[in-house]
Design a protein around this ligand. Structure first.
Ligand code: HEC
Length: 181
């Protein structure tokens, strides 16, 4: 404890740690004193999972609508198990970057390219075409600055993919009923 008392900056954390130590003497004795920020979490038997940069960008920018596993809230199209289909046509590949919440997101072109590659491989790898080429930052830069009617583009892409036999069923990319196009 003297280390705690010597450091004003750590005083708050130490007070909590001290409280825990008093409340759980056995755990506190067997757990070495540490300044690692997650020490309280680990004392409670939980793990802090390191996140990749893209997972963090997703959590901060997309997850509120598209869910922690790419399964969106009602009224918003789900990404998991679906978005890879779009990558089966050049127009669909563009659409994924031009959809407003992606194109207009403040993240850099590099971050968006990494995010979309991560998202596709993580949540829709099975639907990707065998010859899928990951997005590059320069491709993203060009696509996101083009202004397009993404709702019309989506309809065209889904029709084309369906006609080309690229979808297992016409409903594979159906929109939730309440998204009005
Ligand atoms: C405020 C809610 C919201 C947030 C935040 C959001 N989206 Fe979306 N997303 C939507 C809606 C609504 C649509 C349907 C198309 C549209 O209206 O733009 C959509 C569509 C999409 C699509 C196309 C899916 C399809 O089936 O047409 C992709 C891909 C996507 N979002 C990715 C992202 C990513 C990546 C982020 C974070 C950078 C993000 N979205 C953040 C609401 C959101």
């Amino acid at each position: 404890m003297p280390r705690c008392l010597n450091s004003a900056a750590l005083a708050g954390g130490c007070a909590v740690a001290l409280g825990l130590a008093l409340a759980q003497p056995v755990l506190a004795q067997s757990t070495p004193v540490s300044n690692v920020p997650d020490v309280l979490t680990r004392q409670n038997g939980l793990r802090v999972t390191p996140m990749s940069h893209s997972a963090r960008v997703y959590a901060e920018n997309c997850q509120g609508c598209h869910g922690p596993q790419g399964v969106s809230v009602t009224e918003i199209p789900t990404l998991a198990g679906r978005i890879g289909y779009f990558a089966r046509s050049p127009e669909g590949r563009s659409y994924l970057i031009q959809v407003p919440n992606v194109a207009l997101n403040p993240s850099s072109d590099e971050e968006i390219a990494a995010l979309m590659n991560w998202l596709l491989y993580t949540y829709s790898g099975q639907q990707l075409p065998g010859d899928f080429k990951p997005y590059s930052a320069s491709e993203v830069g060009l696509l996101r600055r083009e202004r397009v009617d993404t709702a019309a583009q989506r309809r065209r892409v889904v029709d084309q993919l369906s006609a080309a036999g690229q979808l297992p069923s016409p409903a594979a990319l159906a929109l939730p009923r309440s998204v009005l196009y």
